[in-house]
Design a protein around this ligand. Structure first.
Ligand code: P1T
Length: 370
């Protein structure tokens, strides 16, 4: 089955013994009655442990990433929390330097208190060998986003996963920006693929969620245990919304990508833009304005159609200022070292008519320098 077919059908197969629904019903029951003490009905006991709507979603997500097991959580950060709880005190994790600000905050401000140690380094492109120098006896995990947030660097997942395998590490790939339409990390040798489903997978800015997909049975049984023990699970209603959003993932991603290509072409013609980051697929673009902080803010506030908002990957275009919004929790020196300057703007190109988007960007660029 091709991915667009999987996203519509897997997990939602009609049950002809019941009513034959073609849409997965929302099972709100928090618990499930059983006839015998030792026999949960159809495998369900309690909705934190397992819920039929969430299960349908998890089957769909596993299929999309070509994995075998999927787990849905109440947010992307909850998914990350579950992945980190695979480790123990004293373990070391090598992390790509350009990650979502909230991810860095979770690692440096929360998990470091419990004895996990993190090295944030740039191992993109020909800097990949830095990995070998940074990995030590205590290293247990390599963590990356590709494309990264917000500089949109594309990493060589296959080579990184090879290094991970050789050193017996768990390679985690946050696939939020690429989605399984453009990149399937498990096929490239990664052990864990992770998503903030809040973004492209749901696609409509009306649900916060996260997911993990794996192939390995042992890893899956540890994650299943943690999902229940930690309890940050996705609700039945959000699971339904996500299943609904996923049905149009392929077609949405094609249009995000088409629109982004055209927006990039327009931005290239503007003299106030000194650098554009666009990986050539998906709908995320970031660019650096040759302007001061005040003018950059003025640009954002002059946009009429494109909303200034955190988050990305939805039908409506969103724009944000990483230095003061999504990555504000990173100390100034660190931020500049990574390359997150005050003039950097991140744009999530939505599904509007691209000429309306370009017109909005054009008038805002004129406003901010006038
Ligand atoms: O917001 P949440 O669903 O908890 O997901 C966290 C997260 C994880 N990974 C990546 C790559 C992300 O971009 C995010 C969340 N990012 C934003 C809210 C943002 O505007 O970048």
């Amino acid at each position: 089955m091709k991915i667009s077919t999987k996203s519509i059908h897997i997990g939602g197969e009609p049950n002809f013994k019941n009513s034959g629904d073609v849409v997965v019903p929302i099972h709100l029951s928090s618990t499930f009655a059983r006839e015998r003490v030792n026999q949960p009905t159809a495998g369900y006991e309690y909705s934190r442990t397992g819920n039929p709507t969430r299960k349908a979603l998890e089957r769909n997500l596993a299929a999309l990433e070509n994995g075998r097991y999927a787990f849905a959580y109440s947010s992307g950060l909850a998914a990350e929390t579950n992945a980190l709880f695979l480790l123990k005190q004293g373990d070391h994790i090598v992390v790509i330097d350009d990650v979502y600000g909230g991810t860095r905050r979770l690692f440096t401000q929360v998990f470091s208190k419990f004895g996990l140690n993190f090295s944030f380094i740039d191992f993109s492109g020909d800097k990949i060998n830095i990995l070998n120098e940074t990995i030590n006896k205590k290293t247990k995990m390599i963590w990356l986003e590709s494309p990264t947030n917000p500089l949109l660097k594309v990493l060589d997942i296959e080579k990184i996963a090879q290094i991970g395998r050789k050193c017996r590490l768990i390679t985690v790939v946050d696939n939020t920006f690429a989605t399984p339409i453009y990149q399937r990390p498990l096929e490239l040798g990664a052990d864990i693929v992770l998503h903030s489903t809040t973004k492209y997978l749901n696609g409509h800015s009306d649900s916060v969620g996260g997911a993990i997909v794996v192939k390995d049975k042992k890893l899956a049984s540890k994650l299943l245990y943690l999902q229940n023990a930690i309890g940050a699970v996705l609700s039945p209603f959000d699971s339904y919304l996500l299943l609904r959003g996923l049905k149009t993932l392929t077609i949405r991603m094609q249009k995000h990508s088409d629109n982004a290509h055209k927006v990039v072409k327009f931005l290239q013609s503007n003299t106030h833009i000194k650098k554009i980051n666009y990986p050539g697929f998906s709908g995320m673009v970031s660019f650096e304005l040759d302007l001061n902080l005040r003018q950059s803010i003025r640009f954002l506030e002059s946009l009429k159609l494109i909303h200034i908002a955190e988050s990305l990957g939805a039908v409506e275009s969103l724009v944000e200022h990483p230095a003061t919004m999504t990555h504000a929790s990173i100390p100034y020196g660190e931020r500049i070292k990574i390359g997150l300057h005050d003039g950097l703007i991140r744009l999530s190109v939505g599904l509007e008519d691209v000429n309306d988007l370009i017109q909005d960007l054009r008038q805002a660029l004129q406003q901010c320098v006038s």
